[in-house]
Each structure stands twice: as structure tokens, then as C-alpha cells.
Design a protein around this ligand. Structure first.
Ligand code: CP
Ligand code: NVA
Length: 308
């Protein structure tokens, strides 16, 4: 049985297999065909943090696959009153067929997965957001940006940056990350990515200059400067990230037909200017919609690999 906790655990072929599934399920849905691949199954969705896209895409996704989603907010279940992760895992996984969790540390997600008897999906941790990256890559394919692309990630070396490091190093494309000093991605995750890059041929650069990162990029992306759980650092972060907004001046340095992606929610006037956001709204909201199709691909893949 496989879990979907980080792209680190997946080979290039497996990532592409999931993407292919997402593509074909999307095509079917666009024709109005909703194949009940997961008929009668229940997906538990545990949220320790807020969510719009992750919740809606998983809940609608499992419904369209013939199953049902169970929304479990931390405050409504005993986990919020101190019931251990491992006990929650042993209870919930006996009653449900799959579990998606959005939590803080990757360690607690792993603990849950270790005690679960059904596949567990990472719906975002402080360290990684792998389900988002599957939607992002699907969007890159749809915009013809999957052939040896250069991706520039500007901003915080957070869960999104870490996930881009995993995707590029597994698939073998160029990734340039620019963060303010002190906000670089975690060293051990960069090292893992550099290791995978030896096999895939990915070129990875960690920089502190957004202009250098964005030069000749095919895809420019960013994320909030203040992730969930960092609210107390907000004032300091807004100062430290000065100069890292993706605005028209920065976008001009990328390739002419570069696309701009954002996992959302976006904070205009901070990590992205209103102009850039609205110019690239088509890509951004295709990306958001692709969360639904990508989530379905991941769930069906995990179901098919249950007995392996
Ligand atoms: N991008 C993303 O995961 O959005 P939500 O926080 O709304 O789920
Ligand atoms: N880095 C952001 C992503 C939100 C989807 C956060 O963790 O809050």
C-alpha cells in the first residue's frame, strides 16, 4: 500500500502515471462522464488548518468518483482536544477507505500514516504541499511548458518551494529559487533534491536575487510570504521580503510567453502585483481547477496500488 506524503517517495514514472490518470479523468469529466472509479468509498479529510481549494477539490473529487467525503475539522474531533495522532489514525482508518490530512509537521503526518491501514494523502504540511504540485504540473503541460522548462520560484523557501524542489529534481527540469537571505529552503531538502537531480539531470539554483532567477523563465511562480501558522511573524516578514514582489518589471525578464502560477490564496501588493495577477488570471484559475482533476488522479492511483 502506498501513501502520498511527499514527491520524494515517488519516481518520475509514478509521477507521470498519476498525471496521465488526472489528464484522462479530466477529459472524461469534460465530456460529462463521471466514472465511479471509487464507488462506495469514504475519504476522511482532516483539517488542522484552513482551506478552500484542498477541501473543495477533495470533497467534490471523491463525490465525482462515486464515493463520499467526510470533512473533519480539528476543532470538531477529539484530535483537537489532545487525542493522539496514532489513535486517531487507528480509528479513522478502520472506518474509511482513504484519508487526507492537512496538518503542521510532516512528522505528525508520517505518524498518522504509520498507524493507518488505508492510504494517507498529504493535504499540506509546513514542509510540503505535494498535491498542489500535481495540479501545477498538469497546468504546465496544458500550456505547453513541460518540455525542458525553466521554472522560477520567487519568495519564501516554504512548503511550496520544497515541493517545487522535489518535482523538478524528480522530473529533471530547471528550477531557480530566489528568496531573501535567511528564508532559503531547508538545507536537507535542497540536498535531497540535488541528489535526485544527479539522476534526472535537473538544474537547481538557490539564489537571493529575484531578477537573476526569473531571467528567461518559462514559468514564474510565488506563494504567500506568511504561511499558515506564521501569523505572528507577519510584520517582520513583510519587511524582509521587500523587493520580492512579482510585478511587471520582474515578469519582463522572463520569456515573452512565460506563464505565472500561484497556488492561492494570493495577497496582491505583497508577493504579486495586481497587474501580474490579473494578466495571468487564466493560468492561475486553470491551475486552481486542476486541483480537482489532480486530486482525482492521486486517489485513483492510490486505490489501484492498494494491494502492491
Ligand atoms: N492552494 C491551496 O492549497 O489552497 P487552500 O489552502 O485553499 O486549500
Ligand atoms: N505556503 C502556504 C500555502 C497555502 C496553500 C501555507 O502553507 O499557508
Amino acid at each position: 500500500m502506498r501513501h502520498f506524503l511527499t514527491l520524494k517517495d515517488f519516481s518520475k514514472d509514478e509521477i507521470l502515471e498519476i498525471i496521465d490518470l488526472a489528464k484522462s479523468i479530466k477529459k472524461e469529466a469534460k465530456r460529462g462522464e463521471f466514472v465511479p472509479y471509487l464507488e462506495g468509498q469514504t475519504l476522511a479529510m482532516i483539517f488542522e488548518k484552513s482551506s478552500t481549494r484542498t477541501r473543495v477539490s477533495f470533497e467534490v473529487g471523491i463525490y465525482q468518483l462515486g464515493g463520499v467525503g467526510l470533512f473533519l475539522s480539528k476543532n470538531d474531533i477529539q484530535l483537537g482536544r489532545g487525542e493522539p495522532m496514532k489513535d486517531s489514525a487507528r480509528v479513522i482508518s478502520r472506518m474509511c477507505d482513504m484519508v487526507m490530512i492537512r496538518t503542521y509537521s510532516q512528522k505528525s503526518l508520517e505518524e498518522f500514516a504509520n498507524y493507518s491501514i488505508v492510504p494517507v494523502i498529504n493535504g499540506l504540511t509546513d514542509e510540503y504541499h505535494p498535491v498542489q504540485l500535481m495540479a501545477d504540473y498538469l497546468t504546465m503541460i496544458e500550456y505547453g511548458k513541460d518540455k525542458n522548462p525553466t521554472v522560477a520560484y520567487i519568495g519564501d523557501g516554504n512548503n511550496m518551494a520544497h515541493s517545487w524542489l522535489m518535482l523538478s529534481s524528480k522530473l529533471g527540469f530547471t528550477l531557480k529559487i530566489a528568496t531573501p537571505k535567511g528564508y532559503e529552503p531547508k538545507r536537507e531538502i535542497v540536498d535531497d533534491a540535488l541528489n535526485f537531480a544527479k539522476k534526472s539531470g535537473a538544474k537547481i539554483q538557490i539564489l537571493n536575487d529575484p531578477k537573476e532567477a526569473v531571467l528567461e523563465a518559462d514559468v514564474v511562480t510565488t506563494d504567500t510570504w506568511v504561511s499558515m501558522g506564521q501569523e505572528e511573524e507577519k510584520e517582520k516578514r513583510l519587511k524582509d521580503f521587500d523587493g520580492f514582489m512579482v510585478d511587471n518589471n520582474l515578469m519582463k525578464l522572463a520569456k515573452k510567453d512565460a506563464i505565472f502560477l500561484h497556488c492561492l490564496p494570493a495577497y496582491r501588493g505583497y508577493e504579486v502585483s495586481e497587474d501580474v495577477f490579473e494578466t495571468h488570471a487564466k493560468e492561475i484559475f486553470d491551475e486552481a481547477e486542476n486541483r480537482l482533476h489532480a486530486q482525482k488522479g492521486i486517489m485513483v492511483w492510490l486505490d489501484r496500488n492498494r494491494k502492491k
